[in-house]
Design a protein around this ligand. Sequence first.
Ligand code: PBE
Length: 268
Amino acid sequence: ADSAFVGDQVKYQIIGIDPGAGIMNATEKALQTYDLKDWKLVEGSGAAMAAALDKAYKSKKPIIVTGWTPHWMFAKYDLKYLEDPKGVYGGDEEIHTIARNGLKNDLPSAYRLLSAFKWTPDDMAKVMISIQEGKKPEEAAAEWLKSNAAKADEWVKGIDKQEGKKIKLAYVAWDSEIASTNVIKQVLENKLGMKVELMQVEAGPMWAGISSGDVDATVAAWLPTTHKDYYDKFKGKYEDLGVNLKGTRIGLVVPSYMNIKSIEDLKK
Ligand code: PBE
């Protein structure tokens, strides 16, 4: 029933995503910090989390998920972040572009483009939403680039082509990163003439791949909080090319019809 304690309503489960994601570490920390001993964080994937949310939402059932912004789910459903008075999930974040050491010398044009790549949460959300509505990631990226040609022109301004040169980008199958990675891939290909290989991996291997030099770059580093462990662990073994998007957020997300406001409400 609606009046039951929220823990009983959702079987003391928080629906998580892939185990390497920063939000999973943050949520384990939250369970400790808020002393939520009875609760369990369920591992899965971004897609499985979204499917569980969709199912619950359609029947107005309670559910708690690990969520982040930008994400299409905030356009599709009426959702809210649970307040985090102890600040476990950090505040506003940024997404950074990270390159392997030596990329500047080996692929200077790609390096310059990757350093110049910058867009907004709204831009990213547009690509994510059209993928969610059924477009292939390549189509959605191409359409966004067509209607935002001035932005891409700005990123490549004054940069020489590197016709036929190969570059390897790593990303994790989070909806936000599927969007950004497909956009930058097409700019590297269509504007600089490069051949781009995309490697879909987990978060740990993504950071390890760049740090070992097996991968050239990623546009999927959430900082300063979400990927702090990776950022610190591999320090010196990669180059931080700076921010490509500002104004992200992570946390626990519930449908607005749920009668709780704060992570503290999860404690009996
Ligand atoms: N995310 C989306 C990632 C970063 C991008 C919030 C799921 C994470 O938790 O590592």
